[in-house]
Design a protein around this ligand. Structure first.
Ligand code: PMP
Length: 425
C-alpha cells in the first residue's frame, strides 16, 4: 500500500521495522560511494592501451608537420580537430581542441564575458548584476561557475523535452540575462534529451541581450547505453539551428573525452561560429602558449575516427548498462510505495531520483551514516537549494556491481525511512 495512505499506527509499525533493518545495514560498516560520475576501474582499463600510442621511438609529428613535443599550435593539431569535429558534428575549421577539461573552457568563456564581454557589448562586470538561466535539476559545477562569478542564478524547470521554454522566452526579454546552461543530450542528472522543438525555440527566440550565449555542454553526445536505434537519443544540432534562425553567434558547443578515455587526462573542445572562434582563439592565446599536443595525438592514434569512437563507446555501455539496470530495477522493486519517481535514462552517467518532498536531505544523511556517500541533496539546484528537497543524483558507474547492490540496499532503506519520518512529522 502507498505509504501516504497508511494510518498513523501502521506508519509507526513500519518505522520500527525500517529502523531495525537500517541498524543491521549500519552494522555492516560499509564504505561505498555513489556520489560522482566517475567511470569504474573496468572502464578505465579500456583506455590504458592509449598510453602506449605515443612512445619515444614513435612518430610524434602532427599531420601539418608540427612537432608535438614542442611549443606550437594553440587550438589543436589538425587530426585532433577533425576527430573532435566528428564527435561534435561541426566544421573542423571552427573547432578548438584545448586541454584536459571542457569545464575549464566553460569557466574561461563565462569569465571572458565578465572581463571582456561579447558581441561588442560592454564587459558583464560593467553591466550590473548578470543573470543566468539554470535548467534544474542540473550540473552543480555549471551552477558554481556562475555563482562564483557573482551572477544571479535563475532555476528553470527541466521537463521531459528540455527546459520550460515559455519561462525561458519570458526571462530572456530581460537584457541582464546573458546565458543559459544546457546539457542537451542525456542530461546530468536526468538523462533528458531536448526535443527538436525546444532546440528550435532556443535558437530562434528573441533575446534582449545581444551578448546572450547558450552554453551547449554536449558532454554525453556519444554516451549511449543501448545499441537499439529506438533507444539511441540524438539532439538537434544547435549550430545549424542557430544559423538557420539567423543567430549564428548565439551558442558555444562543448565536449570532451573525459568519459570516453580517461577523466582528467582526456581532450576537450569548443565549437562555435567563425566569429566566436576568432574571439576565443585570441583570448586563450593570452592565457597559454598551447595545450598538450601529445595527448591529442595519443587520442587520435587510439580512437582513430568516429567509427573507432563508436566501437569504444559500445565497450563502455556493455560495462555500465547492467549497473543502470540494477539501479532502476531495485528502485522499482523497493520504492514503488513511497511515492518516489526516478529517471530511466538511455544514456549519460546518472539516474535522477525524486523522493517524496522534504526527504532528500534526510535520505542522503541516513545513507551517509550507514556508509554510503551520495551526491549532496540540493546539489542539482542553483545555490544548492532544492525548493522541494526531493532530488538526489545517483551515480552508478564507479562501484562494481556487487558493491552497487549493497549501496542500493542502504539507499532504499534510507529513502523509505526518511519518507515514513516525514509522514509522521
Ligand atoms: N559537463 C557535464 C554535464 C558533466 O557531467 C561533466 C562531468 N561530470 C563535465 C562537463 C566535466 O567534463 P570535463 O572533464 O571535460 O571538464
Amino acid at each position: 500500500m502507498a505509504y501516504a495512505d497508511l494510518a498513523h499506527e501502521e506508519l509507526l509499525a513500519l518505522k520500527a521495522e525500517l529502523e531495525e533493518a537500517y541498524g543491521e545495514l549500519k552494522a555492516r560498516n560499509l564504505k561505498l560511494n555513489m556520489a560522482r560520475g566517475k567511470p569504474g576501474g573496468e572502464q578505465l582499463k579500456l583506455s590504458l592501451p592509449m598510453l602506449d600510442c605515443v612512445t619515444s621511438d614513435g612518430d610524434l609529428i602532427a599531420s601539418d608537420g608540427t612537432d608535438c613535443c614542442n611549443y606550437g599550435v594553440l587550438d589543436g593539431i589538425p587530426e585532433a580537430k577533425t576527430f573532435m569535429a566528428e564527435m561534435m558534428d561541426h566544421d573542423p575549421a571552427n573547432v578548438c581542441v584545448f586541454g584536459n577539461s571542457s569545464l575549464n573552457i566553460m569557466y574561461d568563456l563565462v569569465a571572458g564575458g565578465v572581463l571582456y564581454g561579447y558581441s561588442g557589448e560592454p564587459a558583464w562586470k560593467d553591466q550590473g548584476t548578470i543573470k543566468w538561466l539554470c535548467p534544474s535539476p542540473g550540473y552543480d559545477r555549471h551552477f558554481r561557475i556562475c555563482e562564483t562569478l557573482g551572477m544571479e542564478l535563475i532555476p528553470i524547470e527541466l521537463r521531459a523535452d528540455g527546459p520550460d521554454m515559455d519561462k525561458v522566452e519570458e526571462l530572456v526579454a530581460d537584457p541582464a540575462v546573458k546565458g543559459i546552461w544546457c546539457v542537451p543530450q542525456y542530461s546530468n542528472p536526468t538523462g533528458t534529451t531536448y526535443s527538436d522543438e525546444v532546440v528550435k525555440r532556443l535558437a530562434s527566440m528573441p533575446v534582449a541581450a545581444k551578448d546572450f550565449r547558450i552554453f551547449w555542454d554536449n558532454a554525453y553526445c556519444v554516451h549511449d547505453l543501448y545499441d537499439e536505434t529506438e533507444r539511441r537519443e540524438r539532439v538537434l544540432d544547435i549550430a545549424r539551428t542557430c544559423v538557420a534562425a539567423g543567430n549564428p553567434d548565439r551558442y558555444f558547443k562543448f565536449a570532451s573525452t573525459s568519459k570516453v578515455t580517461l577523466p582528467g587526462a582526456g581532450i576537450a573542445a569548443v565549437a562555435a561560429s567563425a566569429d566566436n572562434i576568432a574571439v576565443i582563439r585570441k583570448r586563450i592565446g593570452t592565457e597559454t602558449v598551447g595545450y598538450d599536443k601529445l595527448n591529442q595525438l595519443r587520442h587520435v592514434k587510439f580512437l582513430k575516427d568516429r567509427a573507432g569512437l563508436d566501437e569504444h563507446m559500445k565497450k563502455h555501455a556493455a560495462i555500465i548498462r547492467p549497473k543502470f539496470e540494477l539501479v532502476v530495477n531495485t528502485l522499482a522493486a523497493e520504492l514503488g510505495e513511497t511515492g518516489a519517481t526516478w529517471s530511466t535514462p538511455n544514456g549519460g552517467y546518472f539516474i535522477s531520483f525524486d523522493g517524496a518532498p522534504n526527504t532528500a536531505q534526510r535520505t542522503v544523511q541516513l545513507a551517509k551514516e550507514a556508509g554510503v556517500v551520495m551526491t549532496g541533496a540540493g546539489a542539482t539546484w542553483p545555490y544548492g537549494k532544492d525548493p522541494l528537497d526531493r532530488n538526489i543524483r545517483i551515480a552508478p558507474t564507479l562501484p562494481p556491481l556487487e558493491e552497487l547492490e549493497q549501496a542500493l540496499e542502504v539507499f532504499c532503506c534510507s529513502a523509505k525511512l526518511a519518507t515514513v519520518e516525514s509522514l509522521l512529522a
